[in-house]
Design a protein around this ligand. Sequence first.
Ligand code: CMP
Length: 143
Amino acid sequence: MGNKTLAIIKPDAVQKDYTGSIISMIIKAGFKIKAMKMTQLTKSSAEGFYSVHKERSFFKDLVAYMTSGPCIPMALERENAVEEYRKLIGATDPKKAAEGTVRKLFAVDIQLNAVHGSDSDENAEKEIAHFFSKDELLNNFTE
Ligand code: CMP
């Protein structure tokens, strides 16, 4: 059970000024923000980040969505981070997300779903490294 996960506030949520509300929910749920930036993904960076989905019918639209404006990746720390963050954000499809979850409150549909969260400890490590250098992480995760 790992202590880190990679969260992204996606472009539509940033554009609609949901950033403050979403960060507040993350902090109230007991996560520590260990690194954060606002950045606009390039096509090749978005394709790389979501390469596991490259054969899916929604891949092209997903890349277009994720490059459509600035997003906010964050490296988060908490005990059992991957699972706890996924509980906080709710199901990928907001129609199936539990009441009070980030996606229930802020997502539009299964694609424009407001936030991303890593799905395993192994992917959390890879996804954090996609966005943050060792210097940016300040080595401040509790090991
Ligand atoms: P995320 O958790 O970032 O992981 C992959 C993303 O692909 C997902 O959120 C959605 O934005 C998108 N996605 C997943 N399933 C679908 C789908 N069936 N149709 C369209 N987009 C999807």
